[in-house]
Design a protein. Structure first.
Length: 189
């Protein structure tokens, strides 16, 4: 314990998380993002070192082309390792999404970090029959974030309005149920 009865943090407390703001985003501070990354990492059950790069769409496109063979920018990429991993986020896409969904850029960055963190935890929304969407909805509600990335992308192909981006946990659960039902219908012969 340190003076004043408070617990002293170990010297390397911040060493397991690094946020690099290569491209500035209005209202986003590395300190706040570092705190959020640690919280999301803990809630998602990801151990080890996690690094988050906030960069340009051009750089994200280069990473997407190099590692996924998709020559286009995207909002978030995740690169899992045996312990932890790396997340790359497009600053421009995050800013544009924040404007579209009516919340601050820092909130959009947190949504993208959470989504990327779940990929580091082994979730894959393209193959897991809604498990990632359900987990993301629960964590989003716990972290008091607006509509999760998967919910927005899956909501009948339409862009959510401002009110939809502030859906309740029950509404998020209903969205996940609709997604699962649609996937099951597609699988039936």
């Amino acid at each position: 314990m340190s003076a004043g009865g408070r617990w002293a943090l170990p010297f390397d407390f911040f060493a397991d998380t690094m946020v690099i703001l290569e491209k500035k985003v209005e209202g986003a501070a590395a300190t706040e993002l570092n705190r959020f990354v640690r919280a999301a990492q803990s809630l998602a059950g990801v151990s080890g070192e996690v690094n988050v790069l906030i960069t340009s769409s051009r750089r994200v496109q280069e990473l997407n082309r190099r590692f996924r063979r998709k020559d286009k920018p995207t909002d978030v990429l995740s690169f899992p390792r045996a312990e932890g991993g790396d997340i790359a986020i497009s600053a421009e896409i995050a800013r544009d999404n924040a404007r579209r969904y009516g919340h601050p850029s820092i909130v959009e960055l947190k949504i993208l970090v959470l989504h990327g963190m779940l990929h580091l935890a082994g979730y894959d929304h393209e193959r897991d029959n809604g498990r990632m969407a359900a987990r993301e909805a629960r964590l989003r509600a716990q972290l008091r974030l607006p509509a999760a990335l998967i919910e927005r992308a899956s909501a009948n192909g339409a862009e959510p309005s401002r009110t939809k981006s502030r859906t309740s946990h029950t509404s998020a659960r209903n969205t996940v149920k609709r997604i699962r039902a649609a996937r099951q219908r597609r699988r039936r012969p």
